[in-house]
Design a protein around this ligand. Structure first.
Ligand code: HEC
Ligand code: HEC
Length: 194
């Protein structure tokens, strides 16, 4: 079997090493240009810009592919992703996923708003996909301790359809019934998640 596979690979001009092996060091080198906005270690200090450190590898890769194709339209990230190769995307995903997750600045934690957000997360079963501690899984991103203003924008973008959701459009559906105050509460709860 192995010989057949090797012959087949050679015939197709493929390398013997699986193309999916990501190179974290190469990802780190490619990520230099990302630091200005996403932070030196992938932890963003800017509440409107998402942290990438410790995020799910597959999710990161998909988002970069979506920015590159314009499916996730964004005037900053579109040009940033335009010239990334598939290899860059794999390496960047592996690099950011390997970094320790950070904690965003949440200066004014409001216990009532946080409680309201927690109840809404339970009511809408956000944990069914994002897991019990909201740390994410495969293509579902970590949303705990993400920057608050960014979470507000992300949920509003799904609700308006500005950001298409993947596959069965899970997020379009999840966000469709949320009011502005629901979104504010959910974002507060998730950003301040302990
Ligand atoms: C000039 C600032 C800037 C630079 C430089 C930048 N980004 Fe971004 N990035 C953003 C902003 C702003 C967003 C949020 C877009 C939105 O609102 O949907 C974002 C979103 C993302 C996301 C989506 C994360 C999520 O949680 O959905 C990924 C992945 C990403 N950037 C990767 C990168 C990579 C990799 C680089 C370097 C090659 C990079 N960015 C460079 C500003 C920047
Ligand atoms: C059926 C599964 C499912 C449910 C339920 C769900 N999500 Fe998601 N969510 C996803 C997937 C998958 C993605 C990423 C892919 C995409 O864009 O569609 C995502 C993306 C997100 C993002 C974008 C994060 C980023 O870094 O860009 C946020 C924020 C989010 N979800 C919050 C929530 C909240 C809050 C709830 C509950 C109200 C919820 N989700 C319910 C599957 C789900």
């Amino acid at each position: 079997m192995r010989i057949v596979w090797a012959l087949l690979a050679a015939g197709l001009g493929m390398a013997a090493v699986p193309a999916s092996a990501a190179d974290i060091a190469a990802g780190q080198a490619r990520a230099e240009v990302c630091q200005a906005c996403h932070g030196a270690q992938g932890v963003s200090e800017n509440p409107a810009i998402p942290s990438l450190a410790g995020q799910r590898d597959k999710f990161l890769q998909w988002q970069l592919v979506f920015f590159r194709s314009g499916r996730r339209a964004n005037e900053i990230m579109g040009p940033m992703a335009a010239d990334l190769s598939d290899e860059d995307v794999r390496n960047l995903g592996a690099y950011f996923a390997s970094l320790p997750a950070g904690k965003p600045p949440v200066p004014d934690v409001d216990p009532a708003l946080r409680q309201a957000g927690q109840s809404l997360a339970e009511k809408h079963r956000c944990a069914a996909c994002h897991t019990d501690n909201f740390g994410g899984n495969q293509a579902a991103p970590a949303i705990a301790r993400q920057n608050r203003d960014y979470l507000v924008k992300a949920l509003a973008d799904y609700r308006s359809g500005a950001r298409p959701s993947v596959g069965v459009a899970a997020m379009t559906e999840a966000a469709s019934g949320l009011s502005d105050s629901d979104i504010a509460a959910l974002a507060h709860f998730l950003a301040a998640y302990e």
